[in-house]
Design a protein around this ligand. Structure first.
Ligand code: FES
Ligand code: FES
Length: 156
C-alpha cells in the first residue's frame, strides 16, 4: 500500500502493508531508533510518539491510521522551535533524569504532551498522565521534578 507520512517535518513516500505498526516503520524503514520497543501491547509507553501533536503508542498504531498525519518522534523535538519541547528537554538535563535511558524518549514525548494539554499540572495530574510510561530504573521522582521545572520555566 502506498502511504504518505510526514515525520519530523519531512514527507516520506512508503510502500507498506496497512496493518504494519507505525513503530516498525519509524525504526526499521526510517531508522529513527530513538523510539523504543518495550511491550508491543500499549502497556509501557516506550514507543510513544506524537500524531498531530498528541502522544500515541506507535506499537499499536497501524500505519494506515497514521497516514496523512503529522508524526513527531524524539529526534524531531530538537530544533523544532516548540518552547514546550525545549523546556522539557532542558529540564531533563538539569534534573539528570536519565538512568539507562530506554524508556526516556517515551517519557519525554508524554511529558511534552502533558504540558501542551495542562501547562501547570498538579502532582495528581502528572501521576495520572504519566502512569502509562513505565521505567524499570524507577526514575519517576526525577521525571515528575523535571516536568514541574519545565512548567515553571514556561509559566515564568
Ligand atoms: S512498546 Fe508500545 S507501549 Fe510498550
Ligand atoms: S531510565 Fe531505564 S527504563 Fe527508564
Amino acid at each position: 500500500m502506498a502511504i504518505q507520512l510526514t515525520i519530523n517535518d519531512q514527507l516520506h513516500h512508503l510502500d507498506v502493508a496497512p496493518d504494519t505498526p507505525l513503530l516498525w516503520v519509524i525504526r526499521d524503514q526510517l531508522e529513527l531508533t530513538g523510539t523504543k520497543f518495550g511491550c508491543g501491547v500499549a502497556s509501557c509507553g516506550a514507543c510513544t510518539v506524537h500524531l498531530n501533536g498528541t502522544p500515541i503508542r506507535s506499537c499499536v498504531t497501524p500505519i494506515s491510521v497514521a497516514a496523512g498525519g503529522e508524526i513527531r518522534t524524539v529526534e524531531g523535538l530538537e530544533g523544532s522551535g516548540d518552547p514546550i519541547a525545549e523546556a522539557v528537554q532542558q529540564a531533563w538535563g538539569e534534573k539528570d533524569v536519565v538512568q539507562c535511558g530506554y524508556c526516556q524518549s517515551g517519557q519525554i514525548m508524554s511529558a511534552v504532551g502533558l504540558l501542551k494539554e495542562t501547562p501547570n499540572p498538579s502532582d495528581e495530574q502528572i501521576d495520572s498522565y504519566m502512569s502509562g510510561n513505565v521505567c524499570r530504573c524507577a526514575t519517576y521522582v526525577r521525571v515528575k521534578d523535571a516536568i514541574k521545572t519545565a512548567s515553571d520555566k514556561l509559566e515564568g
